[in-house]
Design a protein around this ligand. Structure first.
Ligand code: G3P
Length: 219
């Protein structure tokens, strides 16, 4: 199955009840169309969404603070206990040094990880951690409406090639600026196993229709 990850970020449309409804829409379309749908709501909403929907829930990030005497940190152990099955990590909007990521991985045992990179070289390096997904996102295209798969096709192709040549067997995703079904089709043609999207879905006036448009080319 190819994968569609919907990152809610902190868009107001996906807060509270809106987030629960969007999670349900993703779960419904994923089941209908036959893709692996994953949602990443803001951390304070993880338990609400996990308890009230059938969606596969990821955290958008986890903190690297260690130990139980840590006030305010969103640590892997709390994310797991909230019912999330995995987490996005090293998103362009929340970067972490490679050494920190390496230390964090053992604490994510049994959880899925979508590990983000800005370049194909970084993706290749990080694929050695064997995350569930490696996702390449050029930061300048995030939220731009200009799709990575169209503006930077060689980035997607190189990332797939480089991580595979490292022996990585997980899923390779791309994201940034993906707004249409055609953007997704192009990503698949370039070898991606799925896409990460945020604004085009969350800001859409018809979540179901936009999700169907983006999920369709993944099957
Ligand atoms: O995590 C996905 C995100 O960074 C892409 O954002 O709004 O360009 O789909 P957007």
């Amino acid at each position: 199955l190819k994968t569609l990850i919907v990152n809610f970020k902190n868009y107001p449309e996906a807060m509270g009840d809106g987030g629960v409804r969007l999670a349900r829409a993703v779960a419904r379309v994923a089941a209908d169309v036959g893709v692996r749908g994953i949602i990443a709501p803001p951390a304070p909403m993880l338990a609400l969404v996990a308890a009230n929907t059938t969606a596969l829930v990821y955290s958008q990030d986890v903190g690297t603070e260690a130990g139980e005497k840590t006030t305010g940190a969103v640590v892997p152990e709390a994310v797991r206990a909230a019912g999330a099955k995995g987490t996005i990590l090293n998103h362009s909007e929340s970067r972490k040094p490679a050494a920190v990521l390496r230390r964090l991985f053992p604490r994510l045992a049994g959880m899925e990880v979508c590990l983000c990179a800005r370049t194909s070289a970084e993706a290749a390096r990080l694929s050695e951690l064997q995350p569930t997904y490696v996702a390449v996102e050029p930061p300048e295209l995030i939220g731009s409406g200009v799709a990575v798969s169209k503006a930077k096709p060689s980035l997607v192709r190189d990332t797939v090639e480089r991580v595979r040549s490292m022996g990585y067997g997980g899923g390779v995703l791309c994201g940034a600026g993906i707004v249409t079904g055609d953007d997704v089709r192009k990503a698949v043609e370039l070898g991606a196993d799925g896409v990460l999207v945020a604004s085009s879905v969350v800001k859409s006036r018809d979540w179901g229709a936009k999700l169907r448009e983006l999920a369709g080319p993944l099957v």
